[in-house]
Design a protein around this ligand. Structure first.
Ligand code: CP
Length: 317
C-alpha cells in the first residue's frame, strides 16, 4: 500500500490485514505500552482544511504512540487562507520533511489529487474528502463491528453474513460510502435507509439494499444499526425534507425503536452527533451504544494504517 485514499483501492485480504494489525496495536495499548518505537525518526503531517475533532486527534495520538513526530497544520491561520494553492502547500510540507500527509478537505478528490498529481512522493492518507470517502472511519467501524459480532476468533475473519443497517443522510455522507464499500467487501449484508431525497443518484447500483422506511429495516432484526449525522445545514431549506421534525419522527433511532431491536444488536454513530435529532440521547448513552468505543478504536486503526504505509516501507528499504 502506497497511499490510503479509498476503500475501493483495497482487496479483502488487505482490509483484513489492517484490521488484524489494529488488533495488535489495541493489545499494546491495553497493556499500557503507550509508545512503540516503530516510527522513530519519521514525521507525520496532519493537513486539516476542514474542521475535525475525532479524526485529527486520533491521527495525532496514533502517530505519537508509534513515536513519529507530528506537525498539525490547519487551514485557519495558514497561508491557505491567503489563497495559497494545494500544490504549494504540499511542496512546503515536503520541504519541511514530511514522511506522510494525512489530509482532510471539504473537496471530494483532494487526497487523490495530492497522491497522484506528482507534486510530492510521500504517502497520503485520506481523513475525509467532501462527500466522497472517509476510509479510516470505515476501518474503525469495521474493527468495532468485528469485535462485537465475531468475538474471540476474529483475527483473520471477515463479517460474512452480518447484517448492518446504515440510516440517515446518505447523500452527504462520506462515511456511508466508505462503509458500504468496506462492509460488503468483508461479506456483510448492508441496508441503507434514508428519505428518497437523501439517497445519492447511482446508489441503486451500490452493492447494498436501499429502503425508505426505518421501521421496516429494523423489523428485519439487524446485527448493527449505524446512524449518520444529518447535515442539517444542507438539508433544511434545501428541499431535502419537509421539516426537521418530520425527518426525526420517521428516521431517528428513538428509545422505542431501539427497544424493539434484538438483544445483541449494537448501535454506532461516527460523530459528531445531533443528540435528540437523529439519535435519542439515552440510546447514544445506552447499553447497545458502542460510540465511545468507536472513538477509542480509531486510534488503534490509525496506528495500523500508518504502520502499513510507513513501517513496511522503511523495512523494505
Ligand atoms: N467521525 C469524524 O470524522 O469526526 P470528526 O469530524 O470529529 O473528525
Amino acid at each position: 500500500m502506497k497511499h490510503f485514499i479509498s476503500i475501493a483501492d483495497l482487496s479483502r485480504a488487505e482490509a483484513i490485514s489492517v484490521l488484524d494489525t489494529a488488533e495488535h496495536m489495541a493489545e499494546t495499548q491495553s497493556r499500557s505500552i503507550r509508545k512503540l518505537p516503530t516510527l522513530v525518526g519519521t514525521t507525520v503531517v496532519n493537513l486539516f482544511m476542514e474542521d475535525s475533532t475525532r479524526t485529527r486527534i486520533s491521527f495525532e495520538a496514533a502517530a505519537k504512540r508509534l513515536s513519529a513526530d507530528v506537525i498539525n497544520f490547519s487551514a485557519k491561520g495558514s497561508s491557505l487562507s491567503k489563497g495559497e494553492s494545494l500544490k504549494d502547500t504540499a511542496l512546503t510540507l515536503q520541504a519541511m520533511g514530511a514522511d506522510a500527509v494525512v489530509v482532510r478537505s471539504s473537496s471530494s478528490g483532494a487526497a487523490h489529487l495530492l497522491a497522484h498529481a506528482g507534486w510530492i512522493d510521500q504517502p497520503i492518507v485520506n481523513a475525509g474528502d467532501g462527500a466522497h470517502e472517509h476510509p479510516t472511519q470505515a476501518m474503525l467501524d469495521a474493527f468495532t463491528l468485528r469485535r462485537h459480532l465475531v468475538g474471540e476468533d476474529r483475527l483473520g475473519a471477515d463479517l460474512a453474513g452480518r447484517r448492518i443497517v446504515i440510516v440517515g443522510d446518505v447523500l452527504h455522507s462520506r462515511v456511508a460510502r466508505s462503509n458500504v464499500l468496506l462492509l460488503t467487501l468483508l461479506g456483510a449484508e448492508v441496508t441503507l435507509v434514508a428519505p428518497p431525497a437523501l439517497v445519492p443518484v447511482g446508489a441503486d447500483i451500490w452493492p447494498c439494499e436501499v429502503l425508505y422506511d426505518l421501521d421496516d429495516a429494523l423489523a428485519a432484526q439487524p446485527d448493527a444499526v449505524m446512524m449518520l449525522r444529518v447535515q442539517r445545514e444542507r438539508m433544511i431549506g434545501g428541499g431535502f425534507f419537509p421539516t426537521p421534525g418530520e425527518y426525526s419522527r420517521r428516521f431517528a433511532l428513538t428509545t422505542d425503536r431501539a427497544a424493539r431491536l434484538p438483544e445483541h444488536t449494537i448501535v454506532l454513530h461516527p460523530g459528531p452527533m445531533n443528540r435528540g435529532f437523529e439519535i435519542a440521547g439515552d440510546v447514544a448513552d445506552g447499553r447497545r451504544s458502542v460510540i465511545t468505543e468507536q472513538v477509542a478504536n480509531g486510534v488503534s486503526v490509525r496506528m495500523a494504517v500508518l504502520y502499513h504505509l510507513l513501517a513496511s516501507t522503511s523495512e523494505e528499504t
